[in-house]
Design a protein around this ligand. Sequence first.
Ligand SMILES: Nc1nc2c(ncn2[C@@H]2O[C@H](COP(=O)(O)OP(=O)(O)OP(=O)(O)O)[C@@H](O)[C@H]2O)c(=O)[nH]1
Ligand SMILES: [Mg+2]
Length: 305
Amino acid sequence: MECFIAGPTASGKTVFGIGLYEYLGGDVKIKNRALSLNRGDVQTIDELYQYMRKECSYPKGTEKEEVRIYIFEKESLLDTITIEFLDYSGEYLEYLPQSIRDYDDLLNKVELYLNDEQLERAKEKLLSFEDLRKLRGSLSVESMVDLMKVYLISKFFMSNKLILLMDGKKLSDYLSGKDVEIIGDIISYKDILYNVIEETKDNDIYPEKEIALVITKADLLDHKFERETGRNRIEDEKKFIKWVDKYLKKSDKKIPAYSELRSLSNKIFATSVKIIHSERRIVTSGFKRVKDWIESVSLLGGRLL
Ligand SMILES: Nc1nc2c(ncn2[C@@H]2O[C@H](COP(=O)(O)OP(=O)(O)OP(=O)(O)O)[C@@H](O)[C@H]2O)c(=O)[nH]1
Ligand SMILES: [Mg+2]
């Protein structure tokens, strides 16, 4: 099974990826690799995870202009689950619907850099991590960005499972009337999925897809949720999801594109990866504590994957 995690800048991709990594960890052997398209070495998910355990803080955000890809794999007797995500600080998602519609123009721009096989794959929207790994180093920044779009579109087309992150911070700001950025993100997702579904429905090279929405940083909504309902998000996750759903579908804060997005998605979850501070210091030791940070990612892991 191939999963792809998508999310706008700072939506929590890295932290969520680390949470899933931890969830899949344990005794299972995990392959993990990372690729930076415009720098030398880059930390793997495992290194970021170890950093988080040791330092008890979130890993640094992706620097401007930097593009990294993380991939990790869990093998079991039944299946190999591959999880992949792209870390970047630009707004790729926003332009993606247009890039899907004008895909031929995009192909024209990168054609020059690809060998025949890679070009075939790019045409079919099946460009992979391995392709990018081989192409790295031979590209200018501009063509790298174009190639990234081809790769990103490919992931939307070829993954079995798409995990779309909705930033809980933006959601919280929206519900308290401070910001409307979340609307743009929801519209982008909806537009991307419409395009992908339209193009893949009569085409059997692409797998059927399961689409999961995940509200990240859900702890930032805890206060509002508890005040309004008297409930606790972790104890009552279903109620929490319903509460968010109702806001975005029915209240005066509703976002029309959200209803459309929900109708295209199979499931919705909420997660948080919270650093636990003890009274005087940040707790730094022990696996159990790490588990606590990623409580709700672990909880949903079994159902998400
Ligand atoms: N409260 C809270 N904050 C979070 C959580 N997850 C992430 N954050 C915060 O959001 C920041 C960004 O998270 P990342 O996982 O780096 O997000 P990203 O999408 O990978 O960001 P870029 O790669 O920089 O675009 C973190 O540094 C934290 O400050 C969470 O579950 N709860
Ligand atoms: Mg990141």
